[in-house]
Design a protein around this ligand. Structure first.
Ligand SMILES: Cc1cc2nc3c(=O)[nH]c(=O)nc-3n(C[C@H](O)[C@H](O)[C@H](O)COP(=O)(O)OP(=O)(O)OC[C@H]3O[C@@H](n4cnc5c(N)ncnc54)[C@H](O)[C@@H]3O)c2cc1C
Length: 419
């Protein structure tokens, strides 16, 4: 079967690999000049199985409200007149109900565990190099009540077999000595020794090269403008290349892995997937002598610090308010200040390379994997804050679904009716 994958981010490229391994003829189309140039370019780098929970939780509305009035809050909500934003917010609030949080956490945990196993196997089979490290992730907390709540949530994940160990403040410093000079008063930490980090961009570029060797065709600098649909069945996509020349790419099946742009494309044809972009920032700088080896998540300020080879990446911020990736200097400065406070000797923060990207978020953080309402059109998108963590497992779930009609394990796939 000839399958066209739309999008060469970490999700589209892993999808292309798994579909090709299953024996399909696969082409990938992307508007950029190479793989993973948008949201997968400079994310936090964490493979955080231990944090495979949704953002929507009973505490989330209060956190969002704080962001309405405090410009320096890590989570910021800028209300717009756009009805899509309000509809998405309504769905998000529904997903904050305790029963839904539990259901979403369970689905994400199962997907994250499978994804981690798939990533390890891919890395070993193909010898992929992507500045990866298996030193684990340490979540640190400054607020004791927040810490106790997180310990309770960690028990849900532990029930899935995810190793998470609680430690006091000295225990945190023993696990990661880079915290010795930290200006944060630590209440405690949760250590996930099996978690990993790696550069999602490097990984995707390496995997795309392996895809090409395996026979996958990539069409870069090619923008998908619309779907070619006859009698509610997709036959391909209308595209425009870098010179502005328009054409048609035909296929028997189409997988949409366009991240935040999925909605714009399919909305023209009727379906209205509940996807909204949530902007985040990162800075990357050369590692200093006091750079952490264990990846850190500062739960109070919602930033992650990851060692990627001889670089350090710090990522965070969540801004709900539109589609732009403009770098706001005060947000970049905030990220730098938080880095200096947490790990004063992490490296040359002054000369950090800033970046911003849009997380493709569903209200419950559970990605959209499965059939759309249009015959032959499939989704693998909506991975929000966890796209790097979940990419390999999502590609495997979709491939198994397309081949056998069932997901490989218990996961709420789309059936063509649910969005
Ligand atoms: C600040 C930040 C930190 C993050 N940290 C982490 C982390 O530590 N761990 C983790 O697991 N996840 C993290 N994430 C989330 C993760 O980066 C995303 O979930 C993931 O990159 C999404 O991948 P994707 O392939 O779906 O989207 P993308 O990488 O955006 O890929 C979509 C592709 O579609 C292409 N495209 C779009 N529109 C068109 C069109 N019309 N025609 C042709 N091509 C098109 C784009 O060029 C792009 O290549 C973070 C995100 C941000 C913003």
């Amino acid at each position: 079967m000839h399958i066209l994958v739309l999008g060469a981010g970490v999700v589209g490229t892993t999808t292309a690999w798994y579909l090709r391994q299953a024996g399909h003829t696969v082409s990938v189309v992307d508007r950029q000049s190479g793989p993973a140039m948008e949201t997968s370019f400079a994310n936090g780098g964490q493979i955080s199985v231990s944090h495979a929970g949704p953002w929507a939780s009973p505490r989330a509305p209060a956190i969002g409200l704080r962001g309405l009035f405090d410009a320096s809050a890590p989570v910021r909500f800028s209300p717009t007149a756009n009805h899509r934003q309000w509809r998405w917010m309504g769905s998000f609030l529904r997903e904050c109900l305790p029963g839904r949080v539990r259901r979403n956490t369970d689905a994400l945990a199962r997907l994250a565990i499978s994804s981690h196993a798939e990533l390890r196997s891919l890395r070993n089979t193909l010898g992929l190099e992507y500045d990866g490290s298996s030193s684990g992730i340490l979540h640190v907390f400054s607020d004791r009540r927040e810490y106790e709540r997180a310990r309770e949530r960690a028990q849900w994940l532990a029930a899935h077999g995810i190793r998470i160990e609680a430690c006091d403040a000295p225990g945190c410093v023993a696990i990661e000595p880079a915290l010795t000079g930290s200006r944060r008063a630590l209440a405690g930490g949760l250590h996930a020794p099996d978690d990993e980090v790696g550069d999602a961009h490097h990984f995707t570029v390496a995997l795309a090269a392996a895809c090409v060797e395996a026979g996958v065709t990539f069409h870069f600098e090619t923008t998908v403008e619309s779907l070619d649909i006859h009698d509610n069945s997709v036959r391909g996509v209308a595209v425009r290349d870098a010179r502005g020349v328009r054409g048609l790419l035909c296929a028997e099946q189409v997988v949409c892995a366009l991240g935040t742009h999925t909605r714009q494309l399919v909305e023209q044809h009727g379906p209205r997937p509940a996807l909204y972009p949530i902007k985040g920032y990162s800075i990357t700088f050369p590692a200093g002598p006091g750079a952490p080896r264990v990846s850190l998540t500062d739960e109070e300020h919602r930033i992650v610090v990851s060692r990627l080879g001889n670089r350090v990446r710090v990522a965070g911020m969540a801004e709900l308010g539109g589609h732009t990736v403009t770098l706001e200097p005060e947000r970049v400065e905030l990220l730098k200040r938080l880095t200096r406070e947490l790990c004063p000797d992490a490296g040359d923060v002054d000369n950090a390379e800033p970046w911003a990207g849009l997380r493709p978020c569903t209200p419950g953080n559970v990605p959209m994997i499965g059939r759309s309402r249009i015959d032959g059109l499939w989704y693998n998108t909506g991975h929000g804050s966890l796209g790097w963590t979940l990419a390999c497992g999502s590609a495997m779930v979709l491939t198994t679904l397309m081949n056998t009609g069932r997901p490989a394990f218990d996961f709420p796939v789309l059936t063509g009716r649910r969005h």
